[in-house]
Design a protein around this ligand. Sequence first.
Ligand code: FAD
Length: 402
Amino acid sequence: MDFEVPEKVKVITGMMDEFVEKELIPLEPEFLRRPFREMLPVIEEKRNLVRRMELWAPNHPVEYGGMGLGLVEHGFVSESLGRTPLGHFVFGCHAPDAGNIEILYLHGTPEQKERYLRPLVAGKIRSCFSMTEVEMPGSNPVMMDTSAVKDGDDYVIDGQKWYSSAADGAAFAIVMAVTDPDAPPYMQASMIIVPTDTPGFNLVRNIPVMGHAGEDYASHAEILYQSCRVPRQNLLGREGYGFVIAQERLGPGRIHHCMRWIGICKRVFDLMCSRASRRIMSPDGRTLATKQIIQSWIAECAAEIQAARLMTLNAAWKIDTLGTKAARYDISFIKFYVAGVLQKVVDRALQVHGGMGMTDDTIIAYYYRHERAARIYDGTDEVHKMSVARKILKDYEGRTVR
Ligand SMILES: Cc1cc2nc3c(=O)[nH]c(=O)nc-3n(C[C@H](O)[C@H](O)[C@H](O)COP(=O)(O)OP(=O)(O)OC[C@H]3O[C@@H](n4cnc5c(N)ncnc54)[C@H](O)[C@@H]3O)c2cc1C
């Protein structure tokens, strides 16, 4: 039995699948060739089409112009849109804005919501999330150098961040900074909204990642905060609650990523099967698909994609019904398991394409370059495995099993 897709979602994803096929996949060769900024006018045209179809911002609150879908519902959407690198951006549900929208909605003041949340959901501005530091381990984020010191009515922020994705061209950053170094470790940091035109917000560079520095939305920046002064009203949520809010942001965010990765898996799986069925390997006309090793890869990939999909939908259902805390370990499972499946499926699809797999004549090499990071961001594989194993082993403490 398959996970039941709600009727309402079937209609939505049906329209999205068609849009992805007709409007976005044909744009990919240009997207792979041209700088992202040059693509923006045509991307904006597509976004306007999406707005007219009333499919804009599927996961965001209705009162701010989104469709208000729940997590399981948006999971299916994320799977559909994951079939192309342009999907989430064109439909207004892309990271890191999606996560920032969630926390602004939950913790923003009325003024913050009007100034930042409303235009962000509308896609009029972009944002970034600035937490990871060059000199400190992101895997243990309580080790943080960036400070926000109170001075009169302001916070003054100093620190060096990197991997602030999409900072280039963003209107504001949500910055994690230590506001009380004497508090218990998980209460030391706060989230602060920093408009990117604030003096002392210095975008040093877009970091070259896998050979590409990228630009605009498609980039990851290093940022130096130097005596960067913002009013205290820019505190997001309560002081000292930065990690608590970050955890809230990460639960649903991981579902979105995992379902997007399933969409990628399905796309490259289609490419792999199609190539194997067409590529003639011997004079008698036998194709790559007749080789047992390729059949074995195809069967394994199909099974693993299905397992990853059902695991993710189960975790989404648990968050929707029981809350993020109850689903903590399910979220860790999917984060490392689905990222691993993604890497394996993309790698096999590339291998089946031989030399062509290494070129940008298909989308596979793009995914190979950009999605390796899936095992690193939003919690590295090792950290998630450790926390799951610790929980499992706790049940065995002092217990002999026969
Ligand atoms: C493409 C991309 C986009 C990103 N976007 C953002 C963003 O928008 N905003 C942001 O703030 N950050 C972002 N990040 C940063 C990301 O969150 C960090 O890279 C991640 O948290 C890991 O931190 P680190 O790089 O400091 O690695 P480290 O903490 O130095 O870890 C290095 C390696 O050590 C291993 N390791 C860690 N802990 C353990 C352990 N307990 N046991 C055994 N091995 C361990 C892991 O293999 C890990 O990969 C992004 C990263 C990438 C690659």
